[in-house]
Write a protein that binds this ligand. Structure first.
Ligand SMILES: [Zn+2]
Length: 316
């Protein structure tokens, strides 16, 4: 595996393009916390297939420049969004207009009504600066699966079949190279976030991910994962998500609000994990699903800020 750096340190400026196998690239942005995602690119004889963009104009331009340099500026024929969240999609409009953009049907619907691209609320500090990006949604959607080719290189897009990180998650799987781009079905080294999906669905998706038998895994956030490391990463995510479920069940039994349940929860081994305030967001989802009540996004975000004792940590 080879990597190219254009900086050093733990900020997104230190992002690097890793060539996992020949022509298959992962763009890994440190440190993987709020809004700092991973992306990828798959090059073949018919050009390059992009997997996700980045949150900001600056980060997306940096990513696309690195892909261009690594592929001899091969045409970006297609691009896939693994899910609707802005850290993976706000840069879509910086792709060439000829790039065919693909995503899950629910992902497209979600991005169409996403309010945060129009102006980030000051619940993160510093408030991220998206730069000159505009809302661009897929022109091709899938509901269960779709296969792309560039030359003979095959990329299978697959939906887990149920809500997990969001309602419109898609993984990109290269069956020959055994490379799996998971989007945010995997958070590696940062607190998982499932508030717009399902806690139980996210747990169910972990076994589904394991069954690919991938040699190389590109998580949505955090460092790359070798196949041998994957069971440990998935087991850690499952322990965290089970803790969320147990905390919700106990909180509901005691009549606590999601925020009160979060404040009383002992995070244990996860206490030092970045973005710990996501516990409040995840509990809002667990409460809504357990009680059949609507999920209130703004109230959930407000509780995450209250749990955190102020705006959540971010980067410009
Ligand atoms: Zn996400």
């Amino acid at each position: 595996m080879t990597s190219t750096h254009d900086g050093a340190g733990s900020a997104p400026e230190a992002a690097a393009l890793h060539e996992i196998v020949e022509g298959v690239f992962a763009w890994v942005q440190p440190d993987g916390t709020w809004w700092i995602n991973n992306a990828g690119a798959v090059n073949g004889l018919d050009g390059t297939i992009v997997v996700d963009t980045c949150a900001t104009e600056q980060r997306t331009r940096r990513f696309l420049a690195a892909v261009g340099a690594a592929t001899g500026d091969a045409p970006l024929t297609m691009a896939v969004n693994t899910h609707l969240h802005g850290d993976h999609t706000y840069g879509n409009s910086l792709l060439p207009s000829t790039t065919v953009l693909i995503g899950h049907e629910a992902m497209r619907e979600g991005l169409l009504v996403d309010p945060i691209i129009d102006g980030c609320p000051p619940v993160w500090q510093p408030v991220p600066d998206w730069g000159r990006v505009t809302r661009r949604v897929p022109s091709v959607v899938l509901r269960s699966d779709l296969t792309l080719f560039t030359g003979s290189r095959r990329v299978d897009l697959l939906h887990p079949g149920h809500p997990a990180h969001t309602t419109g998650d898609v993984v990109a799987w290269l069956p020959e190279e055994r490379v799996l781009f998971t989007g945010d079905l995997i958070f590696h080294g940062v607190t998982p976030l499932v508030f717009m999906g399902s806690v139980e669905g996210a747990i169910a998706s972990l076994g589904w991910l394991a069954d690919f038998g991938a040699d190389h895994v590109v998580p949505g956030h955090g460092p790359l994962i070798a196949g041998a490391e994957l069971p440990g990463v998935l087991a850690g995510m499952e322990r965290y998500l089970q803790l969320v479920l147990r905390t919700a069940q106990a909180g509901l039994a005691e009549g606590l609000t999601p925020l009160e349940a979060a404040q009383r929860c002992d995070l244990g081994e996860f206490a030092g994990m970045p973005d710990a305030e996501r516990l409040a967001l995840n509990l809002h989802r667990a409460y809504a699903d357990a009680t059949g009540t609507p999920f209130d996004l703004l109230e959930a975000i407000g509780d995450a800020v209250r749990y955190n004792g102020g705006p959540m940590a971010s980067a410009v």
